[in-house]
Design a protein around this ligand. Structure first.
Ligand code: NAI
Ligand code: 15L
Length: 264
């Protein structure tokens, strides 16, 4: 009997993966601090604050694989990011080590590299240039994953998700969009591939314009199928006024890079 854990299961992506991964393993354990409703067939629900180590240890009981989405997903106070993302991600990796779990998907973000210009094509070896404390916290998560792979052989996929919503919300997201279907196929490949190692993957669909090259992880055999181009003629996309000299247009992180410092 195989069991996969999904943290952040009450969030935007958690809800989508809950529906789409229902038959992927024998059981899916769903976890969050927010309401998860009723458990359906093949589901287990375990509420857990990721910042509490003992709760995370109990959460991982009997689990074989982890999809770690839970945490703060936008810019926030350092205190909130510290507990959910920094402490929370450490707790997941350390509890996984203690429980003998050997494969984890860590939901990273494009905001780890958000201060690169849009004209720069990035790959898995590109320099981290976070555009926010949120982005810094995800860079820390990637390093945590690196350490637990090098020292303990826990394989990780750090997925630098672009913008995963039902549709792109603005012109920037035309380039960064990741459809829910492509996200799901990526998650499946990460847990199906014979050997994962430590992988940095850009979570982006097969859009007309992309800023990220996934050749270094072509061994995964992941081929995104969707394209944001089908939304190009929607008025809110077509008519958006764009100034090429504004920071939100210059930098890959868009508004996150252009925003002031949250604590100011
Ligand atoms: P979301 O904010 O909708 O969901 C995050 C979930 O984590 C929430 O349900 C929240 O209750 C839970 N959470 C927060 N603090 C927690 C704690 N201390 N203990 C337990 N659970 C806690 O975010 P979304 O959009 O679903 O994203 C999922 C993951 O993917 C996040 O880690 C986010 O940083 C990452 N990501 C998402 C992108 C997107 O376009 N949706 C883009 C880049 C990264
Ligand atoms: C993220 O990391 C956020 O979690 C998501 O809400 C979007 O803002 C996304 O990045 C993006 O860059 O569009």
């Amino acid at each position: 009997m195989s069991k996969i854990l999904l943290t952040g299961a009450a969030g935007g992506l958690g809800k989508e993966l809950r529906k789409r991964l229902n038959n992927f393993r024998d059981t899916i354990r769903l976890s969050d601090i927010s309401d998860l409703g009723q458990a359906q067939a093949n589901e287990e629900i375990v509420y857990c604050d990721l910042s509490d180590f003992d709760s995370v240890l109990a959460l991982l009981d009997g689990v074989d694989e982890i999809i770690h989405l839970g945490g703060v997903s936008i810019e926030d106070t350092f205190a909130n990011i510290l507990s959910a993302n920094l402490i929370g991600t450490y707790n997941i990796y350390e509890a996984a080590r203690q429980k003998g779990i050997t494969r984890i998907l860590f939901a990273s973000t494009n905001h780890t590299i958000g201060f690169h210009d849009r004209e720069t094509l990035l790959d898995a070896s590109s320099e981290l240039r976070p555009d926010s404390i949120y982005g810094v916290s995800k860079g820390y998560g990637e390093l945590m994953a690196r350490y637990y792979y090098d020292k303990f052989n826990i394989e990780s996929a750090c997925v630098r998700i672009g913008s995963s919503f039902e549709k792109p919300l603005d012109r920037r997201m035309m380039d960064t969009w990741l459809s829910f279907e492509d996200l799901t196929s990526l998650v499946k490949r990460i847990f199906e591939v014979d050997r994962l190692g430590y992988a940095i993957i850009y979570g982006v669909s097969n859009n007309r314009c992309v800023w990220w090259d996934n050749k270094k992880v072509s061994y995964l055999g992941w081929h995104p199928k969707d394209s944001s181009e089908i939304f190009a003629d929607e008025p809110y996309i077509r008519d958006e006024v764009v100034d090429p000299n504004e920071a939100r247009t210059q930098y890959q992180g868009g508004r996150f890079a252009a925003a002031g410092h949250f604590e100011d």
